[in-house]
Design a protein around this ligand. Structure first.
Ligand code: URA
Length: 232
């Protein structure tokens, strides 16, 4: 990680404030002075004016993303999922692990753990994501069969997935990829239309049913362990 990012995370200052501090001096890595904001720090012990500083802990947040909010860290005009978090979370460098469409609700993982995010999003890990889709037309057994065996969503054939009919107009679908608008495109491929979409499970974890749209909570140790097992 770059030193200016490390200092910004560890001391809760902006990147440009971190760069100014670094240029003024006082930072060391394993005792050696550090003067460049672009210096790479990894496992060294970083001190500022003799005091040890460390990056804040890793944070993992389960959010029930509401419709109408962007899965992004910032946007000039629209509200993002990070705007839903209180001030105390601002210094951690959180970002959404993957994206839900603006009009999609449900389980979104927010973290500052880049390595974990990379793994849960890697196609190789085949991490399951389950959605409940409200449809415009009744879904027949034939269409379920077609969906489950892979459909062409525009130059890409989806991998096998599971579809369960909850009622004639509502389906639960579990996919292991995360292509852009994937679930909506899959139903379009079988002449249907998703009217509303909600992610109810991600990487082996169910969305906490007590979280209303817009609410969130940190994962407990067991839940994090469950995710880590999924991506091993
Ligand atoms: N598939 C979609 O079409 N949209 C989402 O937000 C997530 C999966």
């Amino acid at each position: 990680m770059r030193l200016d990012k490390f200092v910004s995370d560890a001391l809760g200052v902006t990147r440009s404030e971190a760069r100014d501090m670094i240029r003024r001096g006082g930072f060391t890595a394993d005792g050696a002075p550090l003067g460049s904001p672009a210096a790479h720090v990894d496992c060294q012990e970083i001190r500022y004016k003799g005091e040890k500083i460390s990056a804040p802990d890793k944070i993992y947040i389960m959010m029930n993303k509401p419709a109408g909010v962007l899965s992004a860290t910032e946007d000039k005009t629209q509200r993002t999922v990070l705007d839903l978090l209180p001030e105390r979370y601002r210094r951690y460098g959180l970002f959404p692990a993957g994206r839900l469409d603006k009009d999609t609700e449900g389980f979104l993982l927010l973290t500052n753990d880049g390595a974990l995010a990379h793994k849960v999003l890697s196609p190789k890990k085949k991490v399951g994501k389950t959605y409940v889709a409200r449809l415009s037309r009744e879904l027949t057994a034939e269409k379920i069969y077609v969906l489950e065996n892979g459909v062409d969503i525009g130059g890409y054939v989806t991998r096998p997935c599971q579809v369960e009919l909850l009622d004639p107009l509502t389906a639960k679908i579990t996919v292991v990829e995360g292509k852009f608008h994937q679930v909506k495109k899959m139903f379009l491929a079988v002449d249907n239309h998703v009217e509303a979409l909600r992610r109810v499970s991600f990487a082996g974890l169910e969305l906490d049913g007590s979280l209303a749209p817009g609410e969130f909570r940190e994962l407990c140790t067991k839940e994090l362990g469950d995710i880590l097992r999924t991506i091993q």
